[in-house]
Write a protein that binds this ligand. Sequence first.
Ligand code: RB5
Length: 151
Amino acid sequence: MMENKTIAFACDHGGFSLKEPILAYLKGQGWDVIDFGTWSDERCDYPQYAEPACRAVTEGKASLAVLVCGTGIGMSLAANKIRGIRAACCSEPYSAEMTRRHNDANVLCIGARVVGEGLALTILEAFLTHAFEGGRHAGRVAMLRELEDRF
Ligand code: RB5
């Protein structure tokens, strides 16, 4: 489905508990993972981890990114500051599917203190196995890009 099966990953200490299962899942599905940390549960600052993972997406080194923090919200706020990023914070699979199909989201954010491992992987699967539908949604995504130019 994805031409470039390379995905960026980053988490902070709040998301660290999901790192290993998410990386194992991604590798098992044939994704090459660029790991931007963090590498322990030592306290750290999520914007510093969101930025390089999102940069990999905007520079075309990865087609998508997965960001995990405690709630998923801090990561999504940071990611959505970056031109060209459309990050969705999801805690169930329907939203993860629809944000690919309708919003062409290129970053999935998950809260490790919100969802357990099983649900997180189901959300991730929904995100990775659906594609942007284009059509009427393409114009709306173009409007999102225009918003970036106006501020
Ligand atoms: C860290 O305690 C926590 O604030 C962070 O992981 C994230 O949930 C922020 O949105």
